[in-house]
Every structure is written in C-alpha cells, then in structure tokens.
Ligand binder design. Sequence first.
Ligand SMILES: Cc1ncc(C[n+]2csc(CCOP(=O)(O)OP(=O)(O)O)c2C)c(N)n1
Ligand code: SF4
Length: 307
Amino acid sequence: MVQVKGLTNSVAGMPAEELLAPGHTACPGCGQTLAVRIALKAIGRNAIACMATGCLEVSTGLYNRSAWRIPCIHMLFENAAAVASGIERAVKRMGKDTKVVVFAGDGGTIDIGFGALSGMLERGHNVIYICLDNEAYMNTGVQRSGATPYAAHTTTSPSGEVSIGNPRPKKDAPWIVAAHHIPYVATASSSYPKDLFRKVKRACEVDGPAYIQVHVPCPTGWGYDTSKTVEVGRLAVETALWVNYEVVDDEVTNVMKIGKRKPVEEYLKMQKRFRHLFASEEGRKEIERIQAIADYNARKFGLDEML
Ligand SMILES: Cc1ncc(C[n+]2csc(CCOP(=O)(O)OP(=O)(O)O)c2C)c(N)n1
Ligand code: SF4
C-alpha cells in the first residue's frame, strides 16, 4: 500500500493503515468520508462492509475505481440492514469471526431503510450499523430528510416568503434505536476522531447489534468553506445542537460535556442553510426556537452540570 506522508497516522493511537484509499471523488472537506476513514481504522481488515445508496457509494464505490480495501457490497436504501443480516448469518455458519458493518446515510437509515434496520436490531444480528448523518439527501441534490434540523433550508424545504425552512424537528433516531434494547448505541462526530475511533472499537466488541450515528458536516449541502468542516462539527457539539453519548445496556453513559455552552448563532451563522434566519425579525424568533432545542438537549443530558 502506498503511504502518503501527512495522510496517514494523522491521529495518535490509530493504525496508520488506510482502508479507505485516497483519490475517491467525495467533495473536499467531506465529513462523511473522514468518518468512514476513522471507522475503518477501528474495524480493521477482517470485515465486510455493506453500503446503502448515497454520496459514499457514488464517491468511493463505483466499479472499477473502488476506494475500499475491504470487501464492500452496495445495496439499496431499503435493504442494507437486511442484506447485512444475511451476510452475518452466513459468516457465522462458516465459523468465521469477520465483522459485518453497514454504512448508510441519514436518508437511507432514518427514512427509507428504517424498517429493515428495526428488523435487524430486533432479531439481534451481530452487525455494526453506522449512520452517516449529514442531515439531508445530499447525493440527489440536498433534499430534506427526517434528520434535517428545524428551520434548515433544503431544496425541498426552501426558505422564502411562505416558509422559514424545514418545518419539522430532527427525528431522534438514536433514541428510537435504543428503544430496541440492543447492547450498544452511540452518537459521535467526525470532528472528534478519537472519540469516534473508541466508539467503533467498542462496537466491534459487542455481541449483538451496535448502532452509531455520526454527525458528519457537508460543506456542499450546508454551505460553508471546505476548510471549516472540523470547526462546524465541533460547534454543533459546543452549542448542544448535537450531543455525543453512549447507551450501554439501556443506560445513557459517557455524555461528552462541553464546559460553557456557546450560543446557537455561532453554529448557524457559519452555514448558508440557516442564512435566511438572520435576514428578518421572524427569522430571529426561529433562532430562539433553535436555542430552546439546544437548551432541551442540555437539560436532557446534564450538559450544564459541573465538569
Ligand atoms: C428507494 C429510493 N428512493 C430514492 C432513491 C434516489 N436516491 C439515491 S441517493 C439518495 C439520497 C441519499 O441520501 P442519504 O441516505 O442521506 O445519503 P447522502 O447522499 O446524504 O450521503 C436518493 C434519494 C433511491 N436510490 N432509492
Ligand atoms: S455532497 Fe456532502 S456528503 Fe456528499 S460528498 Fe460532498 S461533502 Fe460529502
């Protein structure tokens, strides 16, 4: 394998080997491919990846220029978890300990593939499911998904004279997944690579289903400079609009505390998808509503308690 100086060994404590090769066609600054690169370092070579339709698939998986250095199968939105379930049973039948991991976008996971995911969790398959949550259907042109945050502008929730953007709050998928009483659920962010690495490692040790939802900023869909991906992702956590935590055997644990919370404006003002909120009095009121969502998260997870 070619080792490109500066592209390997970038985060201390992680294997230098890159199982997602450079040279794929994702946009510069894509948080999604960053998350996959880190997750694969944690999972290692003895794995089979299942990949639902989406940005990841078209940018890393096209025949004959695949960036995957482990076996990778592309499925539909609807059946990613079902195919993974079948592979897991086949691997078990063959007496192997190969890990089966699904990578799917928020659209593929939280909307269209949710039935298959729920079935996989409920049947107790030994599969790691990683949802790459860029908060919209990016691959087909930034359409709203069930994970799109309140008031965000997307092509199917456009802001304008009659609308402030997406009218519905973000669906709380990790919470719904946790209600299946599986051994391990976690949320993570591509802006906190060590935390993400640790969580994927932990998921590998679980006997049964593990679900990790990773917040992955998307410069193209969110509208910010490609150099700011890590900063935007960190601001989501620092404002409490995204909370990193684990649910182990039905108990919430390891909540990532952030010290003094930043106001949500700091996160919103960096992104074009929220630009309209700063342009009118009505928009300002919506920012207050978004601040209330962050306050709710802080109460729910005890973020304001002493570190
Ligand atoms: C059943 C079905 N409906 C619609 C499509 C078209 N389609 C392809 S990719 C995509 C968006 C994927 O969004 P998401 O899963 O969030 O992944 P992202 O591209 O954002 O990474 C859509 C709607 C499809 N392939 N299958
Ligand atoms: S549109 Fe967004 S998620 Fe898709 S490849 Fe580009 S940066 Fe990544």
